[in-house]
Design a protein around this ligand. Structure first.
Ligand SMILES: Cc1cc2nc3c(=O)[nH]c(=O)nc-3n(C[C@H](O)[C@H](O)[C@H](O)COP(=O)(O)OP(=O)(O)OC[C@H]3O[C@@H](n4cnc5c(N)ncnc54)[C@H](O)[C@@H]3O)c2cc1C
Length: 464
């Protein structure tokens, strides 16, 4: 990087917050996918104004800027595929306010999701979006990816809780969207433009979030099925039956075995699938809903349904769910995590299609995820150094996307488009929709410097 530019950047954040050594930069060349690409420089700013000053310099010198939270992203969003500056937000890590009278919180983007959830819980309130990565991910990353999570089935996902944002635009100017009362502002909903924008339209520097009441009671259950098809039918039947569980998560046989191997907690390793189901609300409603869940599961051929007797037992079941990714990650060197999502009623068809695709391409594929949302996570367990296998993986992924779209679904329920799904985005948007996305990007970021090469800025030039 040009020495004059480097000196200016050092003057903004101080020498200690700029990483230029190869070893340091290498650590910022990847996220939680299998791709990597080196940044020229990593900067760890400590304030919004520092971020704005960095963006002004980058803009004047045509340098790409990639914002990075905790790099738990699963679509290559934080990978600097065109080099440039990585702005790491983790020094902006404060929960600035939890307002218990007006039910909102104001948070800095680099706050770890779990720290934020704990602050809200301590104040006696509830913020439902709960990505399984919450112990690592940042709130800024959650907004930028519009993260979902197990609670999504009843409470909705990140976008349902964002009241407003402060954003540094590509040229360094600063805008605020929304407001603390109800999120509304005159004109189009710019807050939603940024929710799921994956760092391609600016750097989110402050976040205003809606809070709600904590449920008075909850109950966790684990339903075991000999056949995954029955578990899939249970999901669509349950959702149509009038009781919406708080969570409805699925794990197939290979996932159950991987987690049991990892945690050794007595999961039913012979089962075709399990469903983790939670209901919440006032105590009487919870009791009624438990009975309802038991009936639906039994009607759909569950071989057993275990109701957690204690909070520790429930925690154990959720620990099993949270351990799915690391447990499956141990099975093969490369884990490719997809999240193509279909309408809930089409889950049984999607499960059959995933199984057929795995068989057709002779690939090891596990199924788990937020089934109640229609958001299955078919994960392909492979080895990125095996070229022949990776060619089959590519074909299988394309076919997964085609099936999901044919069933009325989407390429991504929550992991975003990033770099890896960018070539396929046009299948979902259509040519005109894709052009509209490109035009919006061009209007906000005319030099294409914010997270270039991602989403609508994709060009067919495989960089990694
Ligand atoms: C084990 C595991 C489990 C997961 N479970 C879930 C799940 O249940 N639900 C779910 O939705 N996702 C899940 N994910 C994916 C991932 O955790 C989420 O996408 C998360 O929101 C990313 O947060 P991050 O801080 O790691 O962002 P990063 O990976 O650092 O960045 C993701 C994208 O957001 C952009 N970005 C980050 N911060 C900002 C900012 N301040 N301003 C503008 N752009 C920004 C980046 O440029 C990038 O494009 C999981 C991942 C793993 C590894």
């Amino acid at each position: 990087m040009n020495q004059a530019v480097l000196s200016k950047l050092k003057a903004i954040v101080g020498e200690n917050h700029i990483l230029t050594e190869f070893e340091d930069r290498y650590c910022y060349s990847f996220d939680s996918t299998f791709i990597n690409s080196m940044p020229d420089l990593v900067i760890q700013p400590g304030s919004r104004d520092e971020i704005a000053a960095i963006c002004r310099i980058a803009y004047a010198n045509d340098i790409p800027v990639v914002t990075r939270g905790a790099a738990t992203g699963l679509s290559g969003g934080a990978v600097p595929v065109k080099g440039g500056i990585v702005i790491e937000t983790t020094r902006l890590n404060k929960v600035l306010e939890v307002n218990t009278s007006n039910f909102y919180a104001i948070v800095e983007p680099g706050t770890i999701t779990q720290d934020y959830l704990a602050a809200v819980d301590k104040a006696g309130l509830f913020y439902p979006p709960d990505p399984a990565s919450s112990k690592m991910s940042t709130i800024g990353g959650n907004i930028a990816e519009c993260a979902g999570g197990p609670h999504g089935v009843k409470y909705g996902i990140t976008r349902d809780y964002v009241l407003g944002l402060e954003v540094v635009l590509p040229d360094g100017s600063i805008v605020q969207t929304g407001n603390l009362i109800d999120g509304d502002m005159s004109g189009p909903d710019w807050t939603m433009l940024y929710c799921g924008s994956e760092g391609t339209l600016g750097v989110i520097t402050k976040i205003m979030l809606k809070l709600t009441h904590k449920p008075q009671a909850k109950q966790t259950m684990m339903a075991t099925f000999s056949a995954i098809e029955d578990a899939a039918t249970t999901v669509s039947t349950m959702m149509a039956s009038g009781v919406i569980p708080t969570t409805l998560e699925i794990m197939d046989n290979m996932t159950i075995r991987a987690v049991e191997n990892f945690l050794n907690i007595g999961l039913p390793i012979e089962a075709g699938a399990i469903l983790l189901i939670e209901v919440d609300g006032d105590p009487q409603a919870v009791e009624k809903h438990v009975q309802h869940v038991l009936k639906v599961c039994n009607d759909c051929n569950a071989s057993s349904v275990k109701v957690a007797k204690t909070a520790q037992e429930a925690d154990g079941l959720w620990k099993a769910r949270r351990s799915v990714s690391p447990a499956c990650g141990k099975l093969n060197p490369t884990k490719i995590s997809e999240d193509a999502t279909v309408p809930r009623s089409r889950i049984p068809e999607m499960v059959s299609a995933v199984q057929a695709i795995a068989k057709k391409y002779n690939l090891k594929m596990v199924i788990f995820g937020h089934a109640g949302d229609g958001n299955l996570h078919p994960n392909i367990l492979s080895n990125k150094h095996d070229k022949e296998e990776m060619a089959r993986v590519e074909k299988a992924v394309e076919e997964l996307f085609q099936v999901a779209l044919k069933l009325g679904g989407t390429l991504s329920g929550e992991h975003g488009i990033g770099y890896l799904k960018a070539p396929f985005l046009v299948w979902e948007t259509g040519e005109e929709g894709f052009k509209f996305g490109k035009d919006v990007k061009q209007a906000v970021d005319p030099k294409s410097l914010m997270n270039p090469g991602k989403m609508f800025d994709y060009h067919d030039d495989k960089a990694v």
